[in-house]
Design a binder for this molecule. Structure first.
Ligand SMILES: NC(=O)c1ccc[n+]([C@@H]2O[C@H](COP(=O)([O-])OP(=O)(O)OC[C@H]3O[C@@H](n4cnc5c(N)ncnc54)[C@H](OP(=O)(O)O)[C@@H]3O)[C@@H](O)[C@H]2O)c1
Length: 252
C-alpha cells in the first residue's frame, strides 16, 4: 500500500538572503513544505520530497499578508503533516543613528517589519492552526540587542525587546491550551549578512559602535549564514524547545 509521507510545514519570513535564505536552503534539504515571505524571492534548490512556495510580500503592510497566510494555512489543514512552524525572521534596520537624528519613515518601517508583522503573522498562525493535532512551534528571531541596549540603534533594540516580551506573553497564553504552540524568541549570534554590512559601514559620528562591528568582521568573529542557520534549526528541533522562552544560540 502506498503510504502518504507526512511533511513538516514551515512558514519563514525574510528568506531571500542572509540567515533566512540559509534556513530555507537547509529546511528544503530536510523534506519540508516551505512557504517563504519576503519582498524578493530566492533562488532555492528544492530536493525531491520537499516543496517550496515563495510569496513576494512587503511586511511594512503586514495586515493583508497575515489575512492571506491565515486563509492559506486553513487550506492546508487536510494535508497529512508532521508539524507546523512559523519562523519570524525578517527585520529591517533603520539607518544607524541617534533616535533624534532618524527619519520618521525609517523608524516606522523598522518597527512595522520587525515587530508589527511578527505579531500579526503569529496571531494568524495561532488562529489558523489552533485545532491541529500536530506539534506547533512559533520561533521569533531576536537579538542580543533586545537584551542589551546600544546607542544608534534604538528602534532595533525596541523591536527585539518587544519581540522577546511578545513571545513571553504568547507562551503564557498557549500554555493553558490543548496542544498550545511552543514559543521561543532566540538570539542567533552575530552573522555575516547585509545587516552587519549596514552596521560596520555606518557613519561613526552617528553610530558610536561602528568600529566594534568593523572589528567583528576583520577579527573573523562572524558566523556564516549557513552555520548560524544550522544552530537556529537545531535549537528549533530540540525536544525542550519552548521551555526557555527567551534564549541565545550562544548559550545553547
Ligand atoms: N546578522 C546578524 O548579525 C544578526 C544578529 C542578531 C539577530 N539577527 C536577526 O536575524 C534575522 C535575519 O537577519 P539577517 O542578518 O539575515 O538580515 P538581512 O540579511 O538584512 O535579511 C533580512 C531579510 O528580511 C527581509 N525583509 C526586510 N525588509 C522586509 C520587508 N519590508 N518585507 C518583507 N521582508 C523584508 C529581507 O528580504 P527582502 O529584502 O527580499 O524583503 C531579507 O530576507 C533578523 O531578525 C535579524 O534581526 C541578525
Amino acid at each position: 500500500m502506498l503510504q502518504t509521507m507526512k511533511m513538516h510545514l514551515t512558514v519563514l519570513t525574510g528568506a531571500s538572503r542572509g540567515l533566512g535564505a540559509a534556513m530555507a536552503e537547509q529546511l528544503l534539504k530536510n523534506g519540508h513544505r516551505l512557504l517563504t515571505l519576503s519582498r524578493h524571492t530566492a533562488d532555492l534548490w528544492v530536493v525531491a520530497g520537499s516543496d517550496l512556495e515563495q510569496w513576494t510580500a512587503d511586511l511594512v503592510d503586514a495586515a493583508p499578508v497575515a489575512a492571506q497566510l491565515e486563509a492559506w494555512l486553513l487550506a492546508q489543514a487536510t494535508r497529512p503533516l508532521a508539524s507546523v512552524t512559523l519562523i519570524n525572521n525578517a527585520a529591517a534596520l533603520s539607518a544607524p543613528a541617534p533616535l533624534h537624528e532618524s527619519s520618521a519613515d525609517d523608524l516606522s518601517r523598522a518597527l512595522r517589519v520587525g515587530l508589527e508583522a511578527p505579531m500579526l503573522l503569529s496571531a494568524a498562525f495561532l488562529r489558523a492552526t489552533a485545532g491541529w493535532a500536530v506539534p506547533r512551534r512559533l520561533l521569533f528571531i531576536s537579538s542580543g540587542l533586545g537584551r542589551r541596549a546600544m546607542a544608534g540603534s534604538a528602534s532595533y533594540c525596541a523591536v527585539k525587546a518587544g519581540m522577546d516580551h511578545l513571545a513571553r506573553a504568547i507562551a503564557l497564553e498557549q500554555a493553558g491550551l490543548a496542544n498550545g504552540a511552543r514559543v521561543a524568541s532566540l538570539a542567533p549570534g552575530v552573522i555575516d549578512t547585509d545587516m552587519q554590512v549596514q552596521l560596520r559601514t555606518a557613519d561613526p559620528a552617528r553610530f558610536p559602535e561602528q568600529a566594534r562591528f568593523a572589528a567583528l568582521k576583520t577579527g573573523g568573529q562572524l558566523d556564516s549564514p549557513g552555520d548560524a542557520a544550522a544552530k537556529v534549526l537545531a535549537y528549533l528541533a530540540r525536544p525542550d524547545f519552548g521551555q526557555n522562552v527567551t534564549a541565545d544560540v550562544r548559550d545553547a
